[in-house]
Design a binder for this molecule. Structure first.
Ligand code: M6R
Length: 355
């Protein structure tokens, strides 16, 4: 249900904030160009799926606004001695707004003088009350332990923030910003389409649900999505899985590939596709069984993989909003095949309010 609510969740998150020929409107979160220029660093800090969204947030802000960003896991960041001053912006991301480690980072950051911006889904949550500024994701209540619609709305929030910073810093022309906004506004319809492409995903699940291990491979943004796909699958199907950057394959993980090892690959980033195809060949030479997520119109990948799903095409930077959908569905179908409770996986809580 929540996977299918994603088009609406993204639409709601964009409403009032992204309109053609109007400036990005983030409500009360307002910065001047001078304030942005004056910032010494930006951290994005979060846990689990929200951290994975942060990986994408870094790319959105760096690519669009050319501002360097560091992403950190909250439970690591809080025990480091990070470089925080009164010119630092800490962006905490939390669906629930109650995650203990994320909240600790927010509080410590404030004590050290940082400005804290929260991206959260829950109005009135601790994070929303204690941060200096808030961007709400409007995913609606997310009940299932495995985060899905919150994740895509966190991505949407980061794209919007990236565009906001880009216009303040004038790193993009108005035309370029309008092009990305127009594409963003199309995303809900494209996710609707992606949600209908289920056949090969169901087939993959019914063939591979008995595996003990699975691997995800991608490069660039596809790697960040692979990490989220891997978290989703392990969380609800209890299959051990890992995500690797394609280029890392040769540095160790390839030793794990044998006949029938299931490998889910993403090849949505045009500039990295040839490199990924080489990685796919390395896996298939060793007998691995490869499932691929590719863009509509891709004519080459099907020659080198065992099966694939086509997703509606958008511009590369926005593709994660769509490419994560088949991965969520694979996790769902695999878990169903195994008879797992897809909403309440064992050992996990929706909101981790203790260390
Ligand atoms: O509520 P939060 O976004 O702070 O939660 C962070 C993680 O606990 C959460 O994303 C967790 O990893 C999910 N179960 C993933 O599906």
């Amino acid at each position: 249900k929540e996977i299918h609510e994603q088009p609406k969740a993204i639409r709601d998150t964009m409403t009032g904030r992204v309109s053609l020929n109007e400036k990005i409107n983030l409500g009360d979160f307002k910065l001047t160009s001078e304030e942005l220029e004056n910032m010494d660093r930006i951290y994005i800090v979060a846990c689990g799926t929200a951290y994975n969204a942060g990986l994408m947030g870094k790319v959105a802000i760096e690519d669009l606004a050319r501002i360097p960003v560091e992403v950190a896991i909250a439970s690591e960041f809080r025990y480091r001695d990070p470089l925080i001053t009164d010119r630092t912006l800490i962006i905490v991301v939390s669906q629930s707004g109650e995650t203990a480690d994320t909240l600790a980072v927010l509080r410590d950051g404030k004590k050290q003088g940082a400005r804290v911006l929260a991206i959260t889904n829950v109005v009135g949550s601790s994070v929303s009350r204690e941060a200096h500024d808030v961007i709400y994701t409007l995913a609606g209540p997310e009940i299932a332990v495995a985060s899905t619609k919150a994740y895509v709305t966190q991505l949407a929030a980061f794209y919007i923030l990236g565009l906001y910073f880009a216009s303040l810093k004038e790193t993009m022309t108005n035309e370029e910003i309008e092009t990305i906004k127009a594409e963003l506004l199309q995303i809900p319809n494209k996710i609707d389409k992606a949600l209908k492409m289920k056949d090969s995903l169901q087939k993959f699940a019914s063939t591979h649900y008995n595996h003990k291990d699975m691997y995800f491979l991608g490069r660039g943004l596809d790697y960040a999505v692979a990490m989220e796909g891997s978290l989703k699958l392990k969380e609800i199907s209890y299959i051990h899985c890992d995500a690797y950057a394609g280029g890392e394959l040769k540095h160790g993980p390839i030793a794990l590939i044998e006949k029938n090892t299931a490998v889910i690959t993403l090849l949505t980033q045009e500039s990295l596709k040839d490199k990924m195809i080489s990685n796919v060949r390395e896996v298939s030479t060793r007998g691995g069984n490869i499932f691929a997520v590719v863009n509509e119109g891709d004519t080459t990948t099907k020659e080198v993989v065992d099966d694939l799903v086509y997703i509606p095409k958008t511009i590369d930077i926005l593709t994660p909003l769509i490419s994560v959908v088949p991965l969520q569905l694979i996790s769902y179908y695999v878990a169903k095949q195994k008879g797992c409770d897809v909403d309440k996986p064992r050992n996990l809580a929706k909101s981790v309010t203790v260390e």
